[in-house]
Design a protein around this ligand. Structure first.
Ligand code: PLP
Length: 374
């Protein structure tokens, strides 16, 4: 029996999404740009999916373009914003706990002469809105921050930043990386100038993301081509992936409250059971967090070894973000987690289908794994 507890890295496609993808591959497989009936059917499916993804972000379909992944949406948003605000200045504010999709785009911009301020979390491990606002200046072109941190589930105060930022930098634009927030917490893209999401974190296929933009005049393409996606993202739309994204949004939207309650309860069960273990386990996730992620440190053992022992027993968790692949977590270091606790950190991330049996299996195997170090 296998127990998948790495849903922040990626999720199993839910059945409705897989069926939508198969239909788009085998039956309604036309190109949405074709003029004939099959093209029209594909175009209808594209627009229906756009509507579904828009609804999941509280946005109108006309303000959404599909991309190949969350990373592409983030790149497009950041580069669009700095271009749109090229006369405002070359200063960007972000945080130290962003995903590499953001941090490495900012690093590239820094090499091109932009000034980047990365705000650190406070001693409580949380990013404070005041610190982000205070980092802003008259020449700040963009603030970009995640809504939910992928390693700890921490919720960042992006709404407060969006509401107050223009007192500090009147022309700045705001982008929010909502990849881990979509359908996990209530998320309203219309509070921001741009918001990025990704299909494979919510039970849709890999290879599809979406970007919300408020003002089409402030969006510029990263990929030039045949005029698809309102001329903002060239390339024939990846219809199977897009159809799966729309279907996953519909299914998850319908059950949002039940699903988020379930994920919260299942991680509360984990927290309660961790207290009963014969060794101490530290919780690295802050209090104010999304329902699907819990980052813990058993304080003995090394993450990569624990992940391997658990994996051999059929229990799949992560030592940090999947993209970091065994590297020590910069996010936990920025959150003032001690070196010893970073060394043993494990991320447990659940989805609406996770059961209490999955959690109990993790606890049993964790005990066995940690015993090897005691
Ligand atoms: N942003 C966050 C917060 C993420 O967790 C991820 C994926 O791990 C991404 C961006 C990148 O998304 P994608 O894998 O769709 O490129």
């Amino acid at each position: 029996m296998e127990h998948y507890l790495d849903n922040s890295a990626t999720t199993r496609m839910i059945d409705a999404a897989a069926q939508a993808a198969i239909r788009a591959m085998t039956q309604d497989f036309g190109n949405p740009s074709s003029q004939h009936k099959m093209g029209k059917t594909a175009l209808d499916l594209l627009e229906k999916s756009r509507q579904s993804v828009g609804t999941a972000m509280n946005a109108s379909a006309g303000n959404i373009i599909f991309t190949s992944c969350g990373t592409e949406a983030i790149n497009t948003a950041i580069l669009s914003a700095v271009y749109a605000n090229r006369r405002v200045g070359k200063h960007i504010v972000s945080t130290k706990i962003e995903h590499k999709a953001t941090l490495n785009t900012l690093k590239m911009l820094e090499q091109k002469g932009f000034k980047i301020t990365l705000v650190s979390p406070q001693s409580d491990g949380e990013i404070h809105a005041e610190d982000v606002l205070e980092a802003m200046r008259e020449d700040t072109a963009l603030v970009t921050a995640m809504s939910v941190n992928s390693e700890t589930g921490a919720i960042l105060p992006t709404e407060q930043i969006a509401r107050e930022m223009h007192k500090y930098a009147k022309s700045a634009l705001i982008h929010v990386d909502a990849v881990q927030a979509l359908l996990k917490i209530v998320f309203d893209a219309t509070m921001y100038d741009y918001a990025s999401v990704s299909g494979h974190k919510i039970g849709a296929s890999k290879g599809v993301g979406a970007l919300y933009f408020k003002n089409p005049k402030k969006l510029s393409p990263l990929i030039f081509g045949g005029g698809q996606e309102f001329e903002m993202r060239g390339g024939t739309q990846a219809m199977p992936q897009i159809a799966s994204f729309g279907a996953a949004c519909d299914a998850r939207c319908e059950d949002f409250e039940r699903d988020t309650d379930h994920m919260r309860e299942i991680l509360e069960l984990l927290e309660r059971e961790l207290l009963k273990l014969p060794f101490a386990v530290k919780i690295n996730s802050p209090q104010h967090r999304a329902p699907h992620i819990l980052n813990i440190s058993p304080t003995v053992g090394k993450s990569e070894v624990l992940v391997r022992i658990l994996s051999d027993a059929g229990v799949y968790v992560s030592g940090g973000s999947a993209c970091a692949r065994g590297k020590k977590s910069d996010v936990l270091a920025a959150m003032h987690v001690s070196a010893r606790d970073i060394d043993s950190a494990l991320r447990v991330s659940v989805c609406p289908e996770t059961t209490s049996e999955d959690i109990l299996a993790f606890l049993a195997e964790l005990q066995r794994a940690v015993a090897k170090f005691l």
